[in-house]
Design a protein around this ligand. Structure first.
Ligand code: ZN
Ligand code: ZN
Ligand code: ZN
Length: 155
């Protein structure tokens, strides 16, 4: 397949464009985004480019193969086994299925929140920072606000 040409209309693809979340895409060069009508004029083909996974200096705990750092379409990071495969035709995963999501870990603590008396949890961020926070504290991804008790103690 010629990946420099649009599979829809055969025109050349435009330049690689990087989104705010770090994903890369290429539009068909005959397509134009019209901000007034909020529609694509011409060919609407968009090609999403895969974010290349990086090989880590870490071994898979399941099979011993090197691990890869991969970024999903939604910008979430994970470590996965380099022997893992995905067959888009049959939609089945092959190879080793080890996956470790990078997001930070939460541990229950036997300590009470000084603000509300609920239990505290120890939270370790993806960057390795530790903090104690109230177990009633939750993040609402829809409203993009934190709910519950806002007690936080950085360690
Ligand atoms: Zn096209
Ligand atoms: Zn593995
Ligand atoms: Zn609290």
């Amino acid at each position: 397949m010629d990946d420099k040409k649009c599979p829809k209309c055969g025109s050349a693809l435009g330049e690689v464009f990087e989104t705010k979340t770090g994903r890369k895409l290429q539009r068909c060069s005959t397509g134009r985004w019209n901000p007034e009508t909020k529609q694509t004029e011409g060919c609407d083909f968009v090609k999403w480019l895969p974010v290349e996974p990086t090989v880590l200096d870490e071994k898979c705990p399941k099979c011993g193969a090197p691990l890869l750092m991969a970024v999903t379409r939604f910008g979430k990071k994970m470590k996965k086994c380099s022997t893992a495969t995905w067959d888009p035709k049959t939609k089945t995963a092959g190879g080793c299925d080890y996956i470790e999501w990078i997001k930070g870990t939460t541990e229950a603590l036997d300590e009470d929140c000084p603000k509300c008396g609920s239990k505290l949890v120890l939270f370790t961020t993806a960057a390795g920072k530790k903090l104690k926070k109230c177990s009633t504290n939750k993040w609402d991804p829809q409203q993009k606000i934190a709910t519950g008790c806002d007690y936080v103690e950085w360690l």
